[in-house]
Ligand binder design. Structure first.
Ligand code: AQP
Length: 349
């Protein structure tokens, strides 16, 4: 049965990119799948070790999951550091993965900056921990934004190398599962991961520059819509969003070379669960001076109830901690089973 895993780092205010690229998809997937949604606090110390309020940030991500509609009674909502298997499996994967694989990661290059020697070892090994997060539960389906595609491909490579390196031990212990690699049927312990990246806004771009990803670390707050922004702030940011002077065209092809227009259209489509073509059919020929107020109305309609529910939940940190504790206990049971198999396969006494 397909199992869904995804995580969000507690590294600052969540924004519309995190919501549309990840959290909104979690909510849709929970109807048909068993899911684990994780606040990946161990990832958050890879780029910056000391955080002013890591506990508060962790609770606010959990609150965002629940306020967006994730049901923590049916699915597992927990924080990464409370399940020791993440670190244990990441160590094994550090020994499976090759340094060259990590050096090629664009996120590492971006986040490490010019002086890579000064980046933490954790930042380099980030994808190895991410592979462990998913494979600790032998999860198959991973909803993420487009920026995580390369990391998921690497997680697949790690799973495949582990399966190959230990193939006879896996089959001797009777722990293999059958899976298809292309046309070929193979057996291995870890499943091959399916990234779930599609939708009309797989990469939400900055409101100030349509060629840059919307991101927590952009110094301009006008570049992003935070999930905690009030209605007036959302309206101001959309009003000030960069656009070009042309009206919306009839076809998607005519939007080529207009990144800001593409971005706003994608955001509208994702927020309204429609295709970009469908939205274009309604707004073709209209100026952004007409489209932006419609986008403001839609964004406020979707985000305001989530923001107010997040605020309500954050007023009771004890309740959030209890949800995380319960999720961690349930995650730990699944993790222990995998780790006991992995120790057996490797030959740890
Ligand atoms: N702009 C985006 N568009 C679509 N999806 C996005 N995600 C992040 N930014 C966008 C997705 O959100 C999930 C959680 O992301 P994360 O917690 O790993 O944070 P991040 O990717 O480091 O987020 P930021 O905002 O981009 O942080 P900085 O500024 O530190 O780089 C993931 O599924 C991610 O794909």
């Amino acid at each position: 049965k397909p199992l869904v895993f995804s995580g969000v780092q507690p590294t600052g205010n969540l924004h519309l990119g995190n919501y549309l690229g990840a959290i909104r998809k979690f909510v849709a997937l929970q109807e048909e799948h068993d899911c684990l949604f994780c606040v990946v606090d161990m990832h958050s110390i890879t780029a910056q070790l000391v955080h002013e309020d890591l506990k508060g940030q962790t609770r606010s991500i959990a609150a965002a999951f629940i306020a967006s509609g994730i049901d923590p009674a049916k699915h597992i909502v927990f924080n990464q550091s409370s399940v020791p298997g993440h670190a244990e499996l990441a160590w094994v994967f550090n020994c499976v993965a090759r340094i060259g694989w990590m050096n090629r990661m664009t996120q590492f290059k971006d986040k490490a900056g010019k002086d890579r020697e000064k980046a933490s070892l954790g930042l380099l090994a980030y994808p190895s921990l991410m592979a462990a997060d998913i494979l600790l539960y032998r999860a198959t389906h991973v909803p993420v934004g487009d920026d995580q595609k390369q990391h998921l491909e690497l997680a697949r490579d790690i799973a495949q190398k582990f399966n190959n390196d230990f193939s006879s031990r896996i089959s001797d212990a009777g722990l293999g599962i059958d899976m298809m690699v292309g046309e070929e049927k193979v057996s291995g312990y870890f499943p091959l991961i399916e990234p779930l990246i599609g939708g009309p806004a797989p990469r939400v771009m900055s409101l100030r520059d349509g060629t840059k990803k919307m991101s927590k670390s952009d110094p301009s707050d006008l570049s992003r819509i935070n999930m905690t922004d009030d209605s007036d702030t959302i309206a101001k940011k959309i009003r000030k969003a960069k656009t070009d002077p042309a009206p919306l065209p009839d076809t998607l092809e005519e939007l080529e070379g207009r990144p800001e227009a593409q971005n706003l259209l994608g955001i509208y489509a994702a927020l309204s669960d429609r295709t970009r073509m469908d939205v274009l059919a309604e707004y073709a020929g209209r100026q952004f001076s007409e489209f932006k107020p419609a986008l403001v109305e839609l964004a406020v309609e979707v985000l305001a109830p989530i923001t107010s529910e997040m605020t309500r939940l954050m007023d009771d940190p004890g309740h959030i901690d209890a949800i995380l504790k319960d999720g961690s206990a349930r995650a730990n049971v699944l993790a222990e089973k995998t780790m006991s198999d992995v120790r057996e396969i490797i030959g740890f006494v």
